[in-house]
Design a protein around this ligand. Sequence first.
Ligand code: HEM
Length: 226
Amino acid sequence: MPRLHTAPMSLPAENRPPAEGLAARLRGATAEAHARIERTGVIAELIDGTISRQAYVGLLRSLVPVYAALEAGLRRHRRTPGLAPAIFPTLFRGRALAADLRVLAGPDWAVCIAPQAESLIYREHLHRIARDRPPALLAHAYVRYLGDLSGGRLIARTIGERFGLTPDRGLAFYSFCRPDTPSPSDFRRALDLCPLDAGEIALVEREARESFERHARIARALTAGS
Ligand code: HEM
C-alpha cells in the first residue's frame, strides 16, 4: 500500500508534494496535446461537423472498453486514500454510452460493431495500472471526465444538429443531469485533494500525456477505417 498520509513538510524535499495543485499541473502538462488532438482524425471532423455517422458510432464503440476498464478500476479503488477524493460515480459514462449506441446502431451494437484495436490495448493498460499503480488512474479520469464536463457540451450541440439527436435520444453521453454531479471546478478541487507525493504526481502527469496519445491513435484509426 503506497505511503500517503505522512505530513508533507516532514518529508525530504524530493518527496514533498509540489506547490502547484494536481489539476493545474495536468492542465499545463496536457495543453499542447489537447490542441493537437483537436486537429487529429475523427476528432477534427467532430469539431468541424463533417464526421460521418459510421465514424461517430465507431468512436463511441471504441470508448466502451476504455470507460468500462476505467470505471472498474475506479470502483475497485473508491476507498484508496490517494484516489478517493476524485472518484465520482455520477460521472461514470458506461451506461450512457450503451444507451446512445442502442439509438445510433440498434440493440445488437456490441456484437455488430468491433471496437478499434487501439482501444482494446488502452483497456489492458487501464486494467494493469488499476492492479499495479492505482494513482495513475487519476490521469485517465482527468482526461475523460474533465474533458466530458468541459468540451463535451460543445460537441453535443454539433452532434445533435448533425444527426438529429437529443439529450434523451442519442446524447445521453453528454448529459450530466444528476444534481450531485461535480462541476469542472469541483473536479479540479477534488484532484488537488488527492494526497500524492511528487513521484506519484509525475506518474499521473506522464499518464495524462500518454492518454491523449492513446486517444489520438484511436481517432486516426477511425479515419483510416471510414
Ligand atoms: C471535439 C473536440 C473537442 C473540443 C471542442 C474540446 C473542447 C474543450 C474545451 C472548450 C475545454 C475547456 C477549456 C478551458 O477550460 O479552458 C476542454 C477542456 C478539456 N478537454 Fe477538450 N475538447 C475536445 C476534445 C477533447 C478530447 C478528445 C479530449 C481527451 C481525449 C479532451 C480532453 C479535455 C480535458 C482533459 C479538458 C480539461 C482541461 C483542464 O481544464 O485541465 N478534449 N475541451
